[in-house]
Design a protein around this ligand. Structure first.
Ligand code: PLP
Length: 828
């Protein structure tokens, strides 16, 4: 296919006008793919083949626009952005492509010939789960917004053979299954072997002098492997722009070491291939915690080196080997510190491979690196042991030491005689086992450092990075996260989409600020009725989904109360479960005045090695079991929803009425689930944490259920925290503890929840669950009182959606483009 023959770093041939005519009508194209690409002329009713044939036919449409975008890209001379991320949590692609290319009608007729609907066929697509949670999903929303805004931004990531594990529940406990998402092939990717890059590992460094006597370093005796790129299209919304996500697969060259071959180790040489392929085999399933494994460091360097070489090759192709303007014309956005080795790696490539001197290479590097911090949790701050680094990446370690030496020299000039600050800001944490502080390396190497919500950025400046903020105040900036309304409203909530289009027009799909027009209808009874109808239909769809996945029936008149996100102590799913136990306790005691029927859904994956998080899953399931099977209870349901993922959230968030955002203040950097719920008309019960603060400001404080301590009060409380006194003094809380501690939910498994109960009773409890419990109970009573007044509830719900415009990732990306990247849309 001629349209596919070009790569990013080669000059594309002019688009042949005839290419556009090669494709027939979509129904014909789907039939052709079914018969000839897949060899299943009638699919035997297997939806999988219908999905694949349709996806290929749609992809061909995408490819036309993709090729045209690549040409605009290749002939542009403006700045380009490369978004480096170890995670892209894309979810499904078919519906997104159909929506963005406006193909709904022709897809309908294509499927009609087989008697099926897009909805059921789309279900056959496996999620591309190449991420853990918020950070990976943010990268996916960002790519969508960049394409919507026609910005010259390419994503770079790893093509993991196995994405985020699948979760199922056995006897209430999480069990992990591998996610072999590529098993049936991936119709969205295009392999680009002509852009393969070579990656070095291990070996050692040497000094040498060139012909002019200038000293250089080289990295020799390495074990090399190959990075093979696969491109995924990122279609913009009805704008004929298709950007690229390039994912690298690790492999080896087929050229075997002849000496080894002759010494009889041919099988070993072939087996090496397997070894190399380990690097892109599996996504590490840790969210907000580092694990320090050598394979993970290899993954990080593999992504970084392949991507930087790719961009440098594009540069050489376009501008030759003068790198003077490279930093002005390129920007690398580092999604957390995971790709932080981009700083020393770009230095290495510029110096060792392209002959630049240190000062020139440093000027370029620090002109084009930008770093996004995603967390303040100490356990998530990446530190790599110097020993491991010197073994795996000896040349990079040399460069890091030199960056540090020069940086500390500058610090010494700024703060003469202050040895303490030099120790505090050093890129190397000294000690028996010295470590490299990857966040500090990222700050020193970047021209921009941003947090992901207003509070988070302030806490970075005043806490974690305060020394650096003093040195470089202008580097620091905030970019409050956002989510794409194309996936998180248009696609996932067609009922609301229709109502919005009838009411305020369809401009909100490309510009979410248009949603503000909804506020005019906040007191319109006819609109209220339609709003409530849409919500009810979405609740029915969610209830059906819950029944399919858990067997539990959610009555449609109940309030649907949802907390879905990774299971982590700081997110306080435990507080939620304890509140459910409190409601259950009231039901048992007949104190149900003021209670509304409520269905609580909790979902999320625990990192496989995170014992306490897994125990919270078990507690949720055990409590659910008792509550759901108590014949005296007809007011309350609890489910643990298994295998929470992007495609699950697409059903869950439209059907949710109450969104639980209850983290310990100061711990959730931003949150983005909170934004998806807000757009879809859920009300939030939440703490003053992350983007909740901005959600409350935009929605109006009267339209938000606030509880708990703020970040300052959290800091104060920690100094003298006595949870046992709070428990003894509050009979509601005491009874909750007695039920859990008395084994009411684990009669046959005594003691299994002791770790959780002793945790909340401990004065060192980081998450201060008991401190916020009373305030949470009271706020939940406010929720119930409001829910009983459906007119008031709907008004608040409408106003939440109306004021969600700020939380579009289009707004976030426009700010990145204007304030960090300095990029303009691609010209036509
Ligand atoms: C949005 C999203 C997240 C992030 O949720 P938070 O509540 O912000 O932690 C995680 N996982 C999936 C699948 C998501 O869609």
């Amino acid at each position: 296919m001629t349209v596919m023959s070009n790569t990013l770093d080669q000059k594309p041939a002019a688009l042949d006008k005839n290419d556009e005519q090669i494709l027939g009508p979509l129904p014909t194209e789907m039939r052709r793919h079914l018969c000839y690409t897949l060899g299943h002329p009638n699919s035997n009713g297997d939806l999988k083949y219908y999905y694949q044939a349709l996806a290929l036919a749609v992809r061909d449409r995408v490819c036309q626009q993709w090729q045209a975008t690549r040409q605009r890209f290749a002939s542009s001379t403006g700045r380009r952005v490369h978004y480096l991320s170890l995670e892209f949590l894309l979810g499904r692609s078919l519906n997104n492509a159909v929506l963005n290319l406006d193909l709904a009608e022709s897809v309908k007729s294509a499927l009609k010939q087989y008697g099926c609907e897009l909805e059921e066929v789309a279900e056959a697509e496996l999620d591309a789960g190449l991420g853990n949670g918020g950070l990976g999903r943010l990268a996916a929303c960002f790519l969508d917004s960049c394409a919507n805004l026609e910005l010259p931004v390419a994503g770079y990531g790893i093509r993991y053979e196995f994405g985020m594990f699948h979760q199922h529940i056995e006897n209430g406990r999480q069990v992990e299954d591998p996610d072999h998402w590529l098993r049936d092939g991936n119709p969205w990717e295009i392999k680009r072997p002509e852009s393969t890059r070579t990656i070095k590992l291990y070996g050692h460094t040497e000094r040498y002098h060139d012909a002019e006597g200038v000293p250089h370093s080289r990295w020799v005796g390495t074990q090399d492997l190959l990075a093979l790129p696969f491109d995924m299209p990122i279609p913009g919304y009805k704008n004929e722009t298709v950007n690229t996500l390039r994912l690298w697969k690790a492999t080896t060259t087929d050229v075997f070491d002849l000496a080894e071959f002759n010494s009889g180790s041919y099988p070993e040489a072939v087996a090496e291939k397997n070894n190399a392929e380990q690097i892109s085999m599996v996504l590490y399933p840790n969210d907000a915690s580092e694990n320090g494994k050598e394979l993970r460091l290899k993954q990080q360097y593999f992504l970084v080196s392949a991507s930087l070489q790719d961009v440098l090759a594009q540069w050489v192709n376009q501008y030759g080997d003068d790198f003077t303007d490279f930093g002005k014309k390129n920007c690398f956005q580092l999604n957390d510190t995971h790709p932080a080795s981009a700083v020393p790696e770009l230095m290495r490539l510029l110096m060792d491979e392209h002959g630049l001197a240190w000062d020139d290479a440093w000027k370029i590097t620090s002109e084009c690196m930008a770093y996004t911090n995603h967390t303040l949790l100490p356990e998530a701050l990446e530190r790599w042991s110097v020993g491991l680094f010197s073994h795996l990446l000896p040349r990079l370690l040399e460069i890091i030491y030199e960056i540090n030496e020069r940086f500390l020299g500058e610090v010494a000039k700024l703060y003469p005689g202050d040895l303490e600050i030099r120790k505090r800001v050093s890129l190397i944490e000294e000690g028996d086992h010295p470590h490299i502080r990857m966040a500090y390396l990222s700050i020193v190497g970047s021209f921009s450092v941003n947090g992901v919500a207003a509070l988070h950025t302030e806490l970075l400046k005043s806490g974690l990075f305060s020394d650096f903020y003093k040195i470089w105040p202008k580097k620091f900036n905030n970019k409050t996260n956002g989510v794409t309304q194309r996936r998180w409203l248009s696609h996932c909530n067609p009922g609301l989409r229709g109502l919005l289009n009838d009411t305020i027009g369809d401009q909100w799909e490309a510009n979410l600020e248009e949603m503000a027009k909804l506020a005019d209808f906040a007191d319109d009874p006819a609109f209220h009725e339609r709003w409530a109808e849409v919500k009810l239909a979405n609740k029915r769809r969610l209830a059906e989904y819950v029944k399919e996945n858990t067997g539990i029936v959610f009555p449609e008149n109940a309030m649907f109360d949802v907390q879905v996100k990774r299971i982590h102590e700081y997110k306080r799913q435990l507080l939620n479960v304890m509140h459910v136990v409190h409601l259950y306790d009231r039901i048992r005691r007949g104190e149900t005045q003021g209670m509304v029927p409520r269905c609580v859904l909790i979902g999320g994956k625990a990192a496989p090695g995170y014992h306490i998080a897994k125990l919270i899953v078990k507690l949720t399931n055990n409590v659910a079991n008792v509550i759901n099977n108590d014949p005296k209870n007809d007011l309350l349901k609890l489910v643990f929803f298994p295998n929470y993922r992007v495609s699950a959230m697409e059903v869950i968030c439209p059907g949710t009425e109450l969104s639980e955002q209850i983290s310990t203040a100061g711990k959730e950097a931003s949150g983005t689930g909170n934004m998806k719920f807000m757009m879809n008309g859920a009300l939030t019960i939440g703490t003053l944490d992350g983007a909740n603060i901005e959600i409350r400001e935009k929605a109006g404080e009267e339209n938000f259920f606030l509880f708990g301590m703020d970040a300052n009060e959290v800091t104060q409380t920690r100094k003298d925290y006595r949870p046992n006194e709070i428990i003894s003094a509050d009979s509601d809380i005491r009874r909750v503890m007695e039920l859990i501690e008395g084994g009411h939910f684990n009669a046959n498994e005594p003691g299994i929840f002791d770790l959780l109960t002793s945790g909340v009773r401990n004065s060192e409890d980081q998450w201060l669950t008991i401190a916020d419990f009373r305030s949470y109970i009271d706020a939940q009573q406010q929720v119930e009182a409001t829910y009983q007044d459906q007119k008031k509830w709907n008004r608040m719900s409408i106003l939440n959606s109306a004021h969600s415009g700020w939380f579009s990732s289009d707004r976030t990306i426009q700010q990145y483009a204007d304030e960090i990247w300095g990029v303009k849309p691609l010209e036509r």
